[in-house]
Design a protein around this ligand. Structure first.
Ligand SMILES: C[S@@+](CC[C@H](N)C(=O)[O-])C[C@H]1O[C@@H](n2cnc3c(N)ncnc32)[C@H](O)[C@@H]1O
Length: 256
């Protein structure tokens, strides 16, 4: 029988430099990315946008995680994170002044009423906590409960540590939370960057993930609640959107 020509061995895309966007180590691309000043923000013209959509589909099939900037440009995770870190390190000194309007804290406080009646968590994580505005509300609401905060910006974390000494803060990406599976009864994010799968990973199977956006939608990280709810359902969770209060919220829970 004639032997078929040997198929050339294609490189596993997950082993390529930069494929660390999936998880372990950022690789050469990640290192190069960490030297870039900021992720690009120029909208792609039609043909390039279509090409980038094709690349995204191929990457998704290969298991490579690609994030998208507000302008629709796909970026690898280290680039997106670096841009956010630089931007929010820069804003950290002014953040409390920028958010001095009580609508942010109050809006978040009101959204706690969307949690089930009598809900009392034992461990809470405020992801993308910034200077700890939502974190302080959580401590006030459930005194004595262990509250943690994480943020990509070291300067935001430093400010939060000073402003809310009752909580334990650390620098960490929402895409790779330094906690074990199911560790928290409540995970929150106020105007935060969201990674549903990762947030649900650290959420106890009976816990709740509370995503809150200030109604003004003034931050570049705001996401559409319906879109997030659809994404939650696709990865095995239920999500209820609430828009009756001044801030909007999505309450997410595991399906089982
Ligand atoms: C609009 S601010 C909100 C901060 C805070 N929750 C508040 O309400 O004041 C968004 C925060 O998300 C953080 N952030 C951005 N990308 C992140 C990521 N990948 N992982 C964790 N935090 C991130 C920023 O550093 C910033 O502090």
């Amino acid at each position: 029988m004639a032997r078929l020509p040997k198929r050339p061995k294609l490189p596993d895309v997950r082993a390529l430099p930069g494929a660390g966007v999936v998880g372990k180590g950022a690789g050469a691309l990640g290192k190069a990315a960490s030297r870039l000043p900021h992720p690009p923000t120029i909208p792609l013209p039609g043909p390039l946008a279509r090409a980038s959509a094709g690349a995204r589909t191929r990457a998704r099939r290969a298991g490579v995680k690609i994030l998208t900037t507000g302008s629709g440009i796909p970026v690898v995770r280290p680039v997106a994170e670096l841009g956010m870190r630089l931007m929010f390190d820069n804003l950290s000194g002014r953040w409390e002044a920028i958010r001095e309007d009580p609508q942010y804290r109050e809006g978040f406080r009101e959204c706690l009423s969307y949690l089930p009646h009598g809900f009392r968590p034992r461990r809470v994580l405020d992801a993308a906590c910034g200077t700890g505005q939502a974190t302080s509300v959580l401590i006030e609401r459930w005194p004595g409960v262990r509250v943690f905060g994480t943020d990509i910006s070291p300067k935001m974390v430093q400010a939060a540590t000073e402003l809310v000494p009752e909580a334990a803060f650390q620098v960490a990406s929402v895409h790779k939370l330094p906690f074990a599976d199911g560790e928290f009864d409540l995970v929150t994010a106020l105007d935060g960057v969201i990674d549903l799968a990762e947030m649900l990973r650290v959420l106890h199977r009976k816990g709740r993930l509370l995503i809150v956006y200030s109604r003004e939608g003034t931050t570049p990280v705001s996401r559409d609640l319906d879109e997030l709810a659809t994404e939650a359902f696709a990865i095995g969770a239920f999500a209820d959107a609430h828009t009756e209060t001044r801030s909007h919220a999505l309450v997410v829970r595991h399906r089982r």
